[in-house]
Design a binder for this molecule. Structure first.
Ligand code: ADP
Ligand code: MG
Length: 157
């Protein structure tokens, strides 16, 4: 399943994507592991982490971050674990390749030079797609290996 969410800043794309991760844990009735991938680790910290913390500002004990914002746990039931990847971060591709994810969220895949966002290449999307297809073939009961693309621009590749 591929979800594409496009909309202006502040419309609720990150909110909806966080909701999708929590619902995927509920539907699978077990803890899930997701990946969030964007252009740089700096942009993850500068924008994605801030957006997620803002969503949980009144319930901040529900989220915990580790490894300099490379890992997130949402303490819902069943819980959601998230690996966050800036594709500029050394070692990222190795970490991605060794793990099976229940969902992969590509954050801001369209490059926007004026916002210092270099975007994600089509290869990253193809790789995510391949992983999800494989995961679904291996676990036929898996209800939601998902790819979410979230960004402000209508056209990327
Ligand atoms: N469905 C919603 N219900 C309540 N608040 C929301 C909802 N969607 C968004 N918000 C609020 O709007 C803010 C911005 O949403 P966000 O998902 O970060 O936007 P985007 O990712 O599209 O830029 C969130 O911090 C949250 O407070
Ligand atoms: Mg957002």
């Amino acid at each position: 399943m591929i979800n594409v969410i496009i909309g202006p800043a502040g419309e609720g794309k990150t909110y909806a994507s966080v909701g999708a991760m929590i619902i995927s844990a509920q539907r699978n009735k077990r803890p899930v592991l997701w990946a969030i991938i964007r252009d740089t680790h700096t942009n993850i910290k500068r924008s994605t982490v801030r957006s997620i913390n803002k969503i949980f500002r009144k319930t901040s004990s529900l989220v915990s971050w580790r490894d300099d914002y490379r890992q997130l746990t949402i303490h819902c039931n069943p819980k959601v674990e998230v690996d966050l990847f800036g594709i500029d971060d050394p070692g990222t591709l190795n970490r991605l390749q060794g793990t099976e994810y229940d969902g992969i969220w590509l954050e801001e895949p369209a490059a926007m030079l004026e916002r210092a966002n270099s975007g994600l290449s089509e290869e990253v999307f193809n790789d995510a797609l391949l992983r999800c297809v494989r995961a679904q073939a291996e676990h036929s009961r898996l209800s939601g290996c998902a790819i979410a693309l979230s960004g402000e621009m209508l056209s990327f590749w």
